[in-house]
Design a protein around this ligand. Sequence first.
Ligand code: ZN
Length: 246
Amino acid sequence: MRFLILSDIHANIDALDAALAAAAGTWDRAVVLGDLVGYGAEPNAVIDRVRALDPLATIRGNHDKAACGLDDGSSFNHVARFAATWTGETLTDDNREYLRALPQGPLRLADDILICHGAPFDEDHYIFDGEDASQALEETTELLCFFGHTHLPVVFVRSALTLGYVVPDGDDALGMELAAGARYLVNPGSVGQPRDGDPRAAFAIYDAQTRMLQTRRIGYPVEVAQRRILAAGLPASLANRLAIGR
Ligand code: ZN
């Protein structure tokens, strides 16, 4: 089974379509780690596209909760809350119900693969550093856990004695074979609002048979996504940040 791992799409249909086009033919089932909406201008188009993929699993993110009314967005900054309110008003009833019904992570994909939005121990917690990663590994047993939420691609590797990490940056594709006896925490990065200084859409493909993990970056028409954000009346900062990947 080859999994297409998508996270933090954030209503950016242009980035999602570029990622899907680039990944065509290289995966069997999609897995979505949450935050389908929020920030971007096409929440319904993104939800429709995700639903059409018939993912093996889709879990909710904090922006999904805020947009469909499961969370009041009180922990959000002003811009994020504005976007969440706009998204909530823009969603079709059907797509709002879809978001409300999304399961909370963590969710087990297979015996040794877990997915979550933030962290396995708290769907809203950010895994930024080794301390967060250690806690996530201590509180789980799976060999591999995919997470999102930070919008920063990273692979944490726990071997017998050490915790290390790899940041896939620069390349179009980074391939690594997961080592036997090690445990991994993998953030594929964000499809629709990258924050690592690289504006290209990020995603990952994992082949469970060969244990090959590939992280990928794909350019997309950022200016189209920016125009949609401005035309929707969303804050200009949400358009500006897409161009610099922050
Ligand atoms: Zn997000």
